[in-house]
Structure formats: C-alpha cells, structure tokens
Design a protein around this ligand. Structure first.
Ligand SMILES: [Mg+2]
Length: 339
C-alpha cells in the first residue's frame, strides 16, 4: 500500500506547501528586498495566475506591500541624486521601421526630469549618430537633447585626437559622420562598432589586414555587447566581432563605452554627481549593471529589452534591484530617493 501521509500531514498537502514555498522563493528572487508574502494571502489563493497576479499588484501598487520592504528599497535608493539611463531596451526597442517606445517610458522620463533628480542618458548606441538617435527619440515623444547623451563615438573621437590615431573604420554608415573631422589617411588603428549588415567577411578581413600590418596594432571597440534586442528579435552585437579580431590578431581591444569605467565616469562628470550618489538603469546585466556597480554606482535592471530571466541568477553580477520596466523604476526612485 502506498503510504499517503507522513505524520499528520497528507502527502498531497505537503506537495502543495512545497509548491507555495518554491514560488515564495521565486518571488523573493524576482523582487530582492521586496515584500515577504503577506500573511493575509492564504496558500489557497496563491494557486493559479489569479493569486500571483494579485500579489504582483500589491508589489507594484505599494512598491512593497509592507513597511519593511519599503524601508529596504529606501535603504537601497537613499542618497541617490542622479540617474543614468540606458537608451536601447529601456526607452525604446530599435527596429527596421525606426523602432518603438517601450510602454510607459516616455512618461517615466518626463516624471524623472520633473522630479529634481539629475538625469543623463548613457548609451552604447553605435549605429546612429547622436543627433539622429535624439531626433528619433523626440519623434517618439521623449524629452531629450543631444547634450544630455553620453555616447561612445564622440568619446572615441576624443581619444583618437589625443593619441594621434588615424582610424580604419568598421562601422555602420549611420555613424560615419561622427568621424568627419578625424584624419583617416594611412590608418594606424581600427575602430569597430555595431556595423550590422556591414559585418561582411570582406569588411572583417580588411580590418584584420590593417591590424596585422601595424607594428603595434590598436583596436578600439565602441562597446562590447554580445547582443541587443530590436522589435524583430535579438541581434548580434559588436562584442562578438571584436572578439573575432582579438583572437585572429592575438591582441586585446580597448573598449570605449559601457562597461568601461572611464565611460561611466565621464557620464557622471557631465551629470555632476558622484558615483555613490548615482543609480544606473539598464537592460544589460553585465554592461549596464555590472559596469556601473564596479564604478561604485547602484544599478537596477529592467525586465525589458534584452533582459532574460536567467539574468536574475547571473553567476557574477547581482543588480541592486530588478524592476519590470522604466516606469516601475521611476516609481521606486520617486518614493525613496533623496531629491
Ligand atoms: Mg540597452
């Protein structure tokens, strides 16, 4: 005979308790610092989407359904005076048709700007010149100006000038204009960015040949992301091609853009806020969250853009908080930060 109970607790009930307990753990993992399960939600109410949806509503509505959780978010966000916002995957998802704003992000940026917190945009976008990117975002309704954006191409131009480097460019046509004032005769380095369809064998091989022809090959990469998300799906990013050139040439690229500490520091300097007073909000667990934390900033990851559920269990990087989208991040900031 199959034994149906252990002690006084039937096996079926034990299994149900285990499921509830496992879900409770998942909620805690999903919302670090978020509320413990309120006692008035019965175990029975947790079965099915209705119960879970109700709990999520509690988390969102109160950004912490109990005072303890609010205190924890308060501790996490105390002393924040400035916010660095990633653009792709946080404000909008790019695409062939220009892309689309992420729901709630236009209003979230507007609220943040009205709040008194300092705001700066910190992007690795390297397919569009800064002016074109800002124009696109303004068309979508965002309040943003070119002077508020820290982007890798202008930062790379500064480095090229300072070091007398003349680049061979392996970049998207959309960003070539950023290098108009740079001497590109007789190249003594290669600059690689997200070239999209221009990452052909021919173009990769040309960059390889330029590097191999140099006594001291210099490869500058605008970001080193593995992939990003557009409206049509995930797209391979510059990091994969950068690694290919590193491998073939036996060199190490210099990264301009996130997660380079210099890049974050320049964004902080332009915002006029110290690292310990700033929070980064991004969709890239390594480039945005890990990079910002290594500079002494706090960082929230949004579950939009390239976010994947496995990011919340990343072996090396743990965000200070995970939020569903920028709108939720701004809700929390406006509740808990020092304005
Ligand atoms: Mg992003």
């Amino acid at each position: 005979m199959i034994r149906e109970s252990i002690g006084a607790v039937p096996l079926r009930l034990r299994a149900r308790r285990f499921r509830v307990s496992a879900w409770r753990s998942r909620v805690r993992a999903r919302v670090p610092g978020g509320p413990a399960l309120p006692h008035y939600i019965s175990q029975a109410s947790l079965h099915g989407q209705r119960g879970r949806g109700f709990y999520r509503q509690l988390v969102r509505a109160g950004t912490g359904a109990r005072p303890g959780a609010m205190a924890e978010w308060g501790e996490r966000l105390a002393g924040v005076h400035g916010v660095l916002l990633d653009i792709s995957g946080v404000l909008y998802d790019g695409g062939e048709d220009g892309g689309a704003a992420i729901a709630g992000s236009v209003e979230a940026v507007a609220r943040l700007k009205r709040s008194g917190l300092k705001v700066r945009f910190c992007t690795n976008e390297s397919q569009k010149a800064r002016g074109a990117l800002v124009g696109l975002l303004r068309q979508m309704g965002f309040t943003i100006s070119e002077g508020e954006v820290t982007a890798p191409a202008p930062a790379a131009c500064l480095i090229l000038r300072e070091r007398g480097l003349r680049p061979h460019l392996l970049v998207h046509e959309g960003i070539r204009s950023e290098f108009d004032q740079i001497d590109m005769s007789n190249p003594n380095c290669v600059v690689i960015a997200d070239a999209g369809e221009d990452f052909s064998y021919q173009n990769m091989n040309k960059a390889f040949q330029v590097l191999m022809g140099l006594e001291n090959p210099v490869l500058i990469s605008l970001g080193k992301g593995r992939y990003y998300k557009e409206t049509s799906g995930l797209k391979l990013d510059v990091g994969a091609y950068m690694r290919a050139l590193e491998y073939a040439c036996g060199i190490k690229a210099e990264v301009v853009g996130k997660p380079s500490p210099e890049f974050f520091k320049s964004a902080l300097k332009e915002m006029g806020v110290d690292a310990h007073q700033a929070v980064m909000i991004g969709d890239d667990i390594v480039g945005d969250v890990g990079g910002a934390q290594r500079c002494g900033m706090r960082a929230l990851q949004v579950r939009t853009g390239k976010f994947r559920p496995s990011d919340e269990h990343h072996p090396e990087v743990k965000a200070d908080g995970y939020v569903d989208n920028l709108a939720e991040a701004v809700d929390l900031l406006l509740l808990h930060s020092d304005k």
